[in-house]
Design a binder for this molecule. Structure first.
Ligand SMILES: NC(=O)c1ccc[n+]([C@@H]2O[C@H](COP(=O)([O-])OP(=O)(O)OC[C@H]3O[C@@H](n4cnc5c(N)ncnc54)[C@H](OP(=O)(O)O)[C@@H]3O)[C@@H](O)[C@H]2O)c1
Length: 333
């Protein structure tokens, strides 16, 4: 059976596997900003396929394999990092600023989130980062240094119940991206890190969420609370608490990304740090919003309860439907 396949067939299979494998690897591990490279990989695969149909002579086949292996191995060698010594000397400027401070004051539907939640997120995540960055910019420009900011995928995608946090991170992303353009002529490189879900500080503290939940309940207008219902809000809180229990404990993808952003000779614009973030961005960037919305809802807070007023409405609708059916049956009789 095996002898039915000739040597050129195996060479062909080898080249094809390498190219398709390379494309898949880029797709799964990738930074979506590398989409043009991915397209190039896929293009190369199609090209090899087409060329083969015209029968590539044996030696040309070997040359293609050799070149592919060479390209593949050089690309996969980890980039050497810049030496860290002397990078934080204030006399010669400041090499690196890591903007990490951030809070998610509370969570819940945008209508149920208190104004203090929107302002609290904005104050720390946006204004705090802006103030620190502005304060250190003269030193960073002097050293032609690096700015690395920990943002969140919630700043790019509409995560349910995270409007206040997400809006502050969206504002932050825009600020950082603008700085990236403006600081390029100064030689300052700017990166954003987008972590997945991690078990850290307040996010994994059920007592904190409990206290914030009570605070929201006490401060909501009674009419609004009646329309949504306490049980609806309680379900959201429990879903968040459960979600934070399943968050990642190993912070190394974020730490690695920070090191790369600070010390790589060519830092990336964006680092997707953690499992499923690249996939999430791929879905968000390339699939219709009907699919990406579903994905976010299934991945994040899988709410089962409807707001109380909507439940009442649908119950009324069902009762009315039953009533009409009964009347029609009576008339028929
Ligand atoms: N954990 C996640 O799943 C996740 C996901 C995506 C993005 N992020 C982002 O990652 C960053 C770090 O958060 P974390 O998850 O590590 O949470 P964390 O453990 O609660 O850390 C938050 C950090 O922000 C600082 N901070 C909070 N309010 C501050 C204020 N008013 N002034 C100065 N510093 C303040 C805290 O300082 P103190 O310790 O002194 O209070 C702490 O160092 C944040 O920007 C967050 O948005 C986290």
């Amino acid at each position: 059976m095996m002898e039915d396949y000739t040597l050129p067939f195996w060479i062909y299979m080898g080249v094809l596997t390498m190219l398709v494998g390379g494309a898949m690897k880029k797709l799964l591990a990738s930074h979506i900003s590398a989409a043009p490279t991915l397209v190039a990989w896929l293009g190369a695969t199609v090209l090899v396929e087409r060329l083969w149909t015209f029968y590539v002579p044996f030696f040309l086949g070997l040359a293609v394999i050799f070149l592919t292996c060479r390209l593949y191995s050089t690309r996969n060698n980890p980039e050497p990092l810049l030496p860290a010594e002397g990078k934080a000397v204030l006399i010669t400027g400041l090499w690196g600023l890591v903007n990490n401070a951030g809070v998610c004051v509370n969570f819940g539907d945008a209508e149920l989130s208190l104004m203090s939640n929107y302002r609290g997120c904005m104050e720390v995540n946006f204004f705090g980062t802006l103030a620190v960055t502005k304060a250190f910019l003269p030193l960073l420009r002097q050293a032609k240094g690096r700015i690395t900011t920990i943002s969140s995928p919630a700043g790019d995608q509409p995560f349910p119940c995270l409007a206040a946090y997400g809006a502050s991170k969206a504002a932050l992303n825009l600020l950082i991206n603008t700085l990236r353009h403006e600081l390029e002529p100064w030689g300052v490189r700017v990166s954003i890190i987008l972590p997945s879900s991690y078990k850290t500080g307040q996010a994994s503290n059920p007592a904190y969420w409990e206290q914030q939940y009570k605070h929201t309940l006490q401060n909501l207008p009674p009419g609004l609370l009646e329309e949504y219902g306490e049980e609806y809000m309680n379900e959201t809180k429990e879903l968040f608490q459960n979600h934070s229990k399943t968050a990642n404990e190993d912070l190394s993808p974020v730490i690695d990304a920070i090191v790369q952003a600070l010390l790589s000779p060519q830092p990336l614009v964006r680092y997707y740090a953690g499992p499923r973030v690249s996939l999430m961005y791929f879905i968000f960037s390339y699939l219709p919003s009907s699919i990406s919305d579903k994905f976010l809802q299934k991945l994040f807070v899988k709410k089962k309860l409807m707001p109380r007023a909507l439940r009442k409405q649908s119950a009324l609708g069902i009762n009315l439907h039953h009533h009409n059916n009964n009347n029609e049956e009576k008339l028929d009789k």
